[in-house]
Write a protein that binds this ligand. Sequence first.
Ligand SMILES: CC(C)(COP(=O)(O)OP(=O)(O)OC[C@H]1O[C@@H](n2cnc3c(N)ncnc32)[C@H](O)[C@@H]1OP(=O)(O)O)[C@@H](O)C(=O)NCCC(=O)NCCS
Length: 161
Amino acid sequence: MNALLQPRAVRRPMTVRDVDAVAAVEATAYGFPWSRGNFVDSLAAGYLAEVLDGGDAGLLGYFVAMPGVDELHLLNITVAPAWQGRGLGSELLDAVRRHAADRGFAQLWLEVREGNHRARALYRRRGFAEVGLRRGYYPAAGGREDAVVMSLALGARHAVD
Ligand SMILES: CC(C)(COP(=O)(O)OP(=O)(O)OC[C@H]1O[C@@H](n2cnc3c(N)ncnc32)[C@H](O)[C@@H]1OP(=O)(O)O)[C@@H](O)C(=O)NCCC(=O)NCCS
């Protein structure tokens, strides 16, 4: 990787001041993006949310996760399209996992579009198991798309450790 192409990124909590930039990245990353209000509501609800702040390079990525009783549910993890494929998504996912383990959650859960093979492969390599399917969970161009439910038992070491 060329260091000149990798800005110095700082991971920090997402605040309402980030939401315009987050929503702008979100709109470029998904066909059916979260709205600005979804992010505002997540912050108001006290969900765990962080951004990767690239300084002059702008907002590189972010995640939002909802704490449950003994599990953390990863609702959104995104890297800005121009910065994908450089390890930032893996870095964010590892941060989510550390947060979950540090807070004593037993499991990390997420849903991913059945057709999002790149994200599914990333999660599998990080130790997630595909444990279920939610039929028609997502809006899609031709109707609805299924969600694959994935879970990671914390304490389990991922495949590349
Ligand atoms: C999914 C996403 C978060 C991954 O972030 P990323 O920064 O691109 O991922 P990384 O660079 O860490 O790469 C993760 C893996 O994908 C591989 N990869 C990178 N670019 C790739 C490409 N163009 N095609 C296939 N695999 C690729 C990497 O080799 C890496 O594999 P490794 O873990 O074995 O090294 C990001 O692509 C994204 O935001 N996509 C759009 C939104 C989305 O789908 N979010 C997830 C919804 S559940």
